[in-house]
Write a protein that binds this ligand. Structure first.
Ligand code: B12
Length: 211
């Protein structure tokens, strides 16, 4: 891995925002692949932060400052990762499910979808099932996309699928789910249409299913 990427990763892990921003700017100017910065520096940094939190080396404040550093670097990458889409492909409603406030992954999925030509209605975080139902009624999207990072809040996805079914709107949309603890098996169990492990594959899945 390049020295630039290692250095961005290490600064994000330590929550050094200024340094992470400067190094990302420099790396982009030097022609380092923005997709590699995203995957091998930023997303990899969050994974290390998660491990350190699990092992007791990091506590909530360290996790928060690392997340803030990542959130601030993302806009620098955006113009390099998403082009101006030539055509409008469809519409998605996205949100992090009830009980869960993690939104970095959701925001990346949103960014990549917008770049690929989708209109994205972002319901934010801690979104209860009835808000998803209401958004489907108001927005008539092609997709309902749900994110969850906590094992416990994965059950909010199940509840949302059930609520969509009970409201009689499930048939009109495709449901996609994602987030670090999810699996394709879980997606199938709760009756979602697809699971994607990352934002890129989510765009691919939407492209396959939109028509
Ligand atoms: C950053 C972070 C935080 C930040 C969140 C900041 C923010 N604005 O999001 C802060 C510090 C606030 C936080 C809080 C908490 N956190 Co936290 N957090 C993390 C951490 C380190 C990184 C998450 C992240 O952003 N990853 C980077 C992104 C890019 O990855 P991602 O979200 O997985 O998204 C990618 C894919 O999954 C996919 N994707 C994501 N969403 C979707 C949606 C769809 C539809 C699709 C198709 C794909 C998709 O595409 C994305 C891009 O490729 C993880 C560790 C980890 N390994 O995940 C812990 C982690 C998720 N947190 C954890 C915990 C316990 C908490 C707290 C409960 C701690 C506490 N005691 O308060 C609180 C939760 C409060 C709440 N109710 O939500 C645990 C969860 C354990 C579990 N399995 O249940 C983890 C795993 C840490 C750990 N190892 O214990 N956290």
């Amino acid at each position: 891995m390049s020295e630039a990427i290692e250095s961005i990763k290490s600064n994000v892990i330590r929550g050094k925002r200024k340094e992470a921003l400067e190094q990302t700017q420099r790396a982009l100017a030097a022609g380092v692949d923005p997709a590699a910065i995203m995957k091998d520096a930023l997303i990899a940094a969050m994974s290390v932060v998660g491990q350190k939190y699990s092992s007791g080396e990091f506590f909530l404040p360290q996790m928060m400052i690392a997340a803030r550093a990542m959130t601030e670097v993302l806009p620098l990458l955006k113009p390099h990762l998403v082009g101006a889409a030539a055509q409008k492909r469809g519409k998605a409603v996205i949100g992090t499910v009830a009980g869960d406030f993690h939104d970095i992954g959701k925001n990346i999925v949103k960014m990549m979808l917008e770049g690929a030509g989708y209109e994205v209605v972002d319901l934010g975080v801690d979104v209860p099932a009835d808000k998803f139902v209401e958004a489907v009624r108001n927005e008539s999207p092609n997709f309902v996309l749900m994110s969850s990072l906590i094992t416990l809040t994965m059950q909010s996805m199940r509840k949302t699928v059930e609520a969509l079914q009970a409201a009689g709107v499930r048939g009109a949309i495709r449901v996609g789910v994602g987030g670090a603890p999810l699996t394709a098996k879980f997606a199938q169990e709760i009756g979602a249409d697809f699971y994607s492990p990352d934002a890129h594959e989510c765009v691919e899945a939407c492209n396959r299913l939109v028509h």
